[in-house]
Design a protein around this ligand. Structure first.
Ligand code: PAF
Length: 288
């Protein structure tokens, strides 16, 4: 496995690989890797084949964190990440620096951002107002560094995947975008690097996100005509409130393609929620 830190080196490496007919599969991450990330790597490998080049980037992108968020304490363990990538058969681990990714930003001289103006407005975008601008900017920049044929994102960040997919279409990136299923712990908790913040007691309560989605699915499947979104959201919010350390940030029922909120929730409607468990903010979603 090659480790590449410089953008120019990364670009030359993938240009050479493309010339020799290799397809490039790309999984962008912020590190602190877990089995969920590794399933994205496996999907990238499936897509590009044994002769393809699988690239994983690890970059904790400062522009997608608000000043009040957890940029400084975001979990990091590069040694372990390296081992996991090597074992998973990653060909190139790309570790760009802040200075390379955002030249001049520390001195206030960085001024170009990519903004998606529709799908990024609700849910995560409403709670974290500068978040998606940071995500679309860094993902566009990483695409320009890695020049992938195919990129794999996780379904846990459903809205992020939808926003990036729209950006890929709107800006004509010649990239196939794949969204791979959420990886879950045995008790249903979606795998996330932020799960590392949870105390044992919080970890037990964190399953409430998955329990709420399972309950929503059962309620909708039992009703012939669907259920009113307002009353469903109230019922589910009560389940969250029953956990002593949980605080609901939002819960939304929406069309899976357009992300537009629906009035009536039926089979096939998408539900997403964000919940603080203590100080840790977790998200999850499911199609009902
Ligand atoms: O989902 C993530 O880990 C990040 O938002 C991403 C896509 C790597 C961009 O920083």
């Amino acid at each position: 496995m090659k480790i590449v830190e410089k953008i120019g080196v990364m670009q030359r490496l993938v240009q050479r690989a493309r010339k020799s007919g290799r397809r490039i599969g790309f999984v962008p991450t912020m590190g602190y890797l877990h089995a969920g990330h590794m399933s994205l790597v496996a999907e990238a490998r499936r897509r590009v084949g044994a002769k393809g080049l699988v690239v994983v980037s690890i970059y904790v992108n400062p522009t997608q964190f608000a000043p009040t968020e957890d940029l400084e304490k975001y979990p990091r363990n590069l040694e372990r990440d390296r081992r996991l990538c090597r074992t998973a058969g990653v060909d190139v681990l790309f570790l760009p620096s802040d200075a390379d990714m955002y030249p001049g930003r520390a001195a206030g001289h960085y001024s170009t951002y990519v903004v998606e103006e529709c799908l990024s407005q609700g849910m995560e975008g409403a709670c974290r107002t500068t978040h998606f601008r940071g995500v679309t900017t860094v993902v566009a920049k990483l695409f320009n560094c890695v020049l992938p044929d195919v990129t794999v994102f996780g379904a846990k960040d459903w809205q992020q995947a939808a926003v990036v997919r729209r950006m890929v279409a709107d800006l004509n990136f010649p990239i196939e975008m794949v969204v791979a299923p959420t990886h879950r712990e045995a008790d249903g908790l979606a795998m996330s690097s932020r799960n590392a913040y949870l105390s044992a007691q919080e970890r037990r309560q964190a399953t409430v996100l998955w329990r709420v989605l399972v309950e929503a699915r059962a309620l909708v499947r039992r009703s012939a005509n669907g259920v009113a979104a307002g009353s469903l959201k109230k019922t589910l919010a009560k389940r969250v409130a029953a956990e002593p350390d949980a605080r609901l940030d939002y819960i939304e029922c929406f069309d899976t393609g357009t992300l537009v909120p629906v009035g009536r929730v039926r089979r096939g409607t998408h539900v997403a929620l964000a919940v603080y468990i203590g100080k840790t903010r977790l998200i999850d979603n499911a199609v009902l």
